[in-house]
Design a protein. Structure first.
Lengths: 50, 155
């Protein structure tokens, strides 16, 4: 598991959150909580959202 | 002298992912995926076809996925009272790389709609970033881009 920082940018819809770096190729799941992107890799337990 | 020239008009899968990309805990619009469309790849009559599968908390609160090109929303998909959706969006260049049209409906992919034709003017002769974002009305909900496929049909 690793994290990617967020950057806040603006476009026609206003401000939005984007990852500061590309998602890694070995990601199996990605989750953003508004402060960071958490990248789950093989072997990690992926959170289940409902 | 004969000169062979290969041309490819069939679909080119530009990007595809089955990695779940989700947002929860914030009401800020959040990028879930982004793909660069190489400039000139579509051609003057080419097509950009985006297919994606989403999942979200099944309650009445709004969850909006947006399909954007160059930071401009070309189609919003707002859900409430549903759990899953699969959509296809088709952007067609019409005789020039900077004139496009598409079916102006986020509910109909094939079929009829009373929505009027939309023309856009994205300059597809230069690199453009296609992004899919998610925005929750209530931060305790969640929304997930489960999978997407981005194809170019050059012409």
């Amino acid at each position: 598991m690793k994290t990617i920082a967020i950057v806040t940018t603006a476009d026609a819809d206003g401000e939005h959150i984007a990852p500061a770096a590309p998602f890694p190729a070995n990601a199996i799941a990605i989750q953003c909580d508004g402060t960071k992107y958490t990248v789950y890799e093989p072997g990690d337990t992926v959170p289940v959202l409902s | 002298m004969l000169r062979a020239q290969a041309t490819r008009n069939g679909p080119i899968t530009l990007a595809q992912s089955g990695v779940a990309s989700s947002v929860t805990g914030t009401t800020a619009e959040t990028t879930l995926a982004s793909v660069t469309i190489p400039g000139g790849m579509m051609g003057v009559n080419g097509v950009l076809r985006v297919t994606f599968l989403t999942n979200n908390t099944n309650n009445v609160n709004s969850k909006t996925f947006r399909l954007k090109i160059g930071g401009v929303t070309v189609m919003p998909y707002t859900y409430g009272g549903s759990a899953q959706a699969q959509q296809m969006f088709i952007l067609r260049n019409r005789g020039a790389q900077n004139v496009q049209t598409f079916l102006n409906s986020n509910a109909v992919v094939f079929g009829t709609t009373t929505a009027t034709t939309v023309n856009t003017n994205f300059d597809m002769s230069v690199d453009q970033v296609l992004s899919i974002t998610g925005q929750l009305a209530v931060g305790t909900d969640s929304m997930t881009l489960e999978s997407y496929t981005v194809e170019v049909l050059p012409a």
